[in-house]
Design a protein around this ligand. Structure first.
Ligand code: ATP
Length: 346
């Protein structure tokens, strides 16, 4: 019944309104088969609603959704070849870990011994070997999320939807789990559609990501593409830190009147000897503040014309030489290929 070569998920001009609220506003995108695709955006931008539309928990107000080439209009959630992992795990507290993981197989009437074998295999994959008989209440947050992942994967759905699955975990654990989830996705070759408001997470995990703002997608691309070539003022500011320049200084260094995005780590603090040339923009300024960040230092530089530019030079390992003190005069240089014109879409 599935068309071969069709994308795993396709949205064609999909909108979903709740009364006056346009939660999803004329959105089109495709997720390729086997892709790790993230939906990134601030709270209320429409990511979860898109996920629920794929799962079948919501219906579009207009537009069409296909899953593996099949129009899913009117198809109930349990008839779609997708499964969902939620932030709050949603485990059955009265069942042990193994029974939670096996649940999908039990529904499909798989014999007990085979269920057990597959559950043990899944638990090994999510690094929970030996915890089959534990209750969810006896697990840490990270372990519970691993159980939820194993439970969602046991029926080998063709598409797995993940809604902020690491939202409840601390930073260190999040980073470990990011790497593990990515490895599992690679290993199984299942399409993952991953919702997050954490830009670092989306950049680290995704093959491609869609940046949402107010129910619309502002940009879709590979992480490096979105980071290095943000399409809009919103994307430049939401994905990573940036300097947004307009006005006189922007025109001088960008060459034409527009808003430009320049990443702090792309700006060099030049010695007098280097950094001149046709491809190099040069700005004079004075250091207004220095913040030590460990791996690097952040400089706030007040440039000619009064604008404040954030600079994170990474060439010197973040160690500020003696002449880099508050009040010191500096010359900033920027390779013009890192000066990115952005549009104000909103
Ligand atoms: P978060 O990261 O906070 O979960 P999100 O980007 O996932 O946010 P959505 O949950 O998709 O955003 O919500 C988008 C908009 O739609 C919000 O303004 C929200 O209040 C609204 N909304 C979502 N579901 C409903 C509903 N069932 N009834 C009314 N409004 C809703």
């Amino acid at each position: 019944m599935n068309a071969t070569g069709a994308p795993a998920v396709a949205f064609d001009r999909v909108s979903r309104t709740f009364g006056e609220v346009r939660a999803v506003d004329d959105v089109s995108f495709r997720v390729e088969d086997g892709e790790f695709f993230s939906m990134l955006g601030p709270s209320g931008s429409g990511k979860t609603t898109c996920l629920r539309l794929i799962a079948g928990f919501e219906q579009p107000s207009s537009g069409h959704i296909q899953v593996h080439g099949v129009n899913v209009g009117g198809v109930p959630p349990y008839r779609r070849d997708v499964n969902t992992v939620f932030q709050d795990y949603a485990l059955f507290p009265h069942m042990n870990v193994g029974e939670n993981v096996e649940y999908g197989l039990m529904i499909r009437k798989v014999p007990k011994a085979e269920r057990r074998r597959q559950a043990e295999e899944m638990l090994a994959m999510v690094k929970l070997d030996g915890l089959y008989a534990r209750r969810p209440g006896q697990l840490s947050g990270g372990q519970r999320q691993r159980v939820a992942l194993a439970r969602a994967l046991i029926n080998r759905p063709r598409v797995l939807l993940l809604d902020e699955p690491l939202g409840a975990l601390d930073l260190k654990l999040r980073e470990t789990m990011q790497a593990e989830i990515k490895a599992i996705q690679r290993h199984l070759g299942i399409t993952f559609v991953y919702v997050t408001h954490d830009q670092g997470e989306a950049l680290a995990m995704s093959d491609r990501l869609a940046v949402f703002n107010q129910g619309r997608i502002e940009q879709i691309g590979a992480p490096a593409e979105v980071y290095d070539h943000p399409a809009s003022v919103f994307v430049a500011g939401f994905v990573g830190q940036t300097n947004l320049l307009d006005g006189y200084l922007a025109q001088r260094i960008g060459g034409f009147p527009a808003t430009f995005s320049i990443r702090p780590e792309r700006i060099r603090v030049a010695g007098e000897e280097g950094g001149f040339g046709f491809d190099i923009a040069s700005i004079h300024g004075r250091i207004a503040a220095i913040t030590y960040l460990g791996a690097t230092s952040r400089l706030n530089v007040q440039v000619d014309g009064g604008e404040l530019i954030v600079v994170e030079p990474n060439v010197d390992g973040g160690v500020a030489p003696p002449d880099r003190v508050v009040g010191a005069e500096v010359r900033l240089t920027i390779d013009r290929k890192h000066i990115q014109a952005v549009t104000d879409a909103s």
